[in-house]
Design a protein. Structure first.
Ligand SMILES: C[S@@+](CC[C@H](N)C(=O)[O-])C[C@H]1O[C@@H](n2cnc3c(N)ncnc32)[C@H](O)[C@@H]1O
Length: 256
């Protein structure tokens, strides 16, 4: 079976104009975040990009830090190697980049002393509440005492209830001669996850069946507060950058 990310590539594929515009927007956001000191302004920073895809967010932060005269290194964790290899295409020169192909939950305990951890591009859907609690605990441990965790997300309660998604098949992506649609195929009360089937049209060719958690922002922030001292939500209106969604942050990891 193919991966749904073979089709939902435009927002992160370095050769797509949509992704290039998104990269510029993410850089603007990090520029804003540095001015606001949401990202710490140290002489050297170690950045960790989780569920990195092509590393668009980590690379955008690395380039922005370089522009600010801050030395930085980047570590990326991503399940799919083929996308991880594309990170170089976002970078303008020689940079210290380490790519880890694997699961964030398994790899995080091996990592320490990062300054910034990113979970960018609506990746929370891949974690059910139990996995999310574990993920946040492990991120907090992988950060230094003044580290910060930034999560770009959307409020799915709003999407579901106000926009009526899943009352009919939902169009996820379109190519010249194909359409990727998703269907609600079940719900797990115990995990709070939907089973979503992705199909390629015409022909209803199965692409992937994914267990997805549709989070709301306050739900994420509430869980982040178990692992971080200071927690907040920067709304799209507050940062004002078109192309970057709401951002949940956690700063000062709790030390057990
Ligand atoms: C929504 S995409 C976001 C990618 C990237 N952060 C961006 O902003 O474009 C989520 C990515 O997470 C990866 N992924 C999902 N679950 C993962 C896990 N447990 N560990 C590592 N990668 C994971 C997927 O392969 C996919 O590339």
């Amino acid at each position: 079976m193919a991966s749904l990310y073979d089709y939902m590539r435009l927002p992160m594929d370095p050769s797509s104009e949509i992704a290039q515009k998104r990269y510029v927007a993410i850089r603007s956001f990090f520029n804003w975040a540095l001015k606001e000191k949401l990202v710490p302004r140290k002489r050297e920073l170690r950045v960790l990009d989780l569920c990195a895809g092509t590393g668009i967010a980590g690379a955008a932060l690395l380039e922005t830090l370089t522009e600010w005269g801050i030395e930085a290194s980047l570590t990326l964790i991503e399940k799919r190697k083929e996308d991880l290899l594309l990170v170089e295409e976002w970078l303008s020169g020689e940079r210290e980049v380490i790519g880890i192909v694997g699961d964030c939950l398994t790899e995080l305990p091996k990592l320490r002393d990062f300054d910034v951890a990113l979970l960018w591009g609506h990746s929370m859907a891949h974690f059910n509440p139990f996995q999310a609690a574990e993920l946040f605990r492990r991120v907090a441990k992988a950060l230094g005492h003044d580290g910060v965790f930034l999560i770009e997300e959307t409020d799915n309660f709003e999407r579901l209830f106000y926009r009526g998604r899943y009352r009919s098949p939902h169009v996820e992506a379109r190519g010249d001669d194909w359409t990727l649609v998703s269907l609600d195929e079940g719900y797990s009360r115990k995990n709070g996850t939907m089973l979503v089937g992705f199909y390629k049209l015409p022909g209803w060719e199965p692409v992937e069946r994914a267990e997805i958690r549709l989070w709301d922002l306050a739900g994420i922030a509430g869980m982040v507060s178990m692992a971080f001292e200071r927690v907040g939500i920067v709304s799209k209106n507050e940062h004002g950058i078109v192309g970057v969604d709401d951002v949940v942050y956690g700063a000062f990891p709790h030390r057990a």
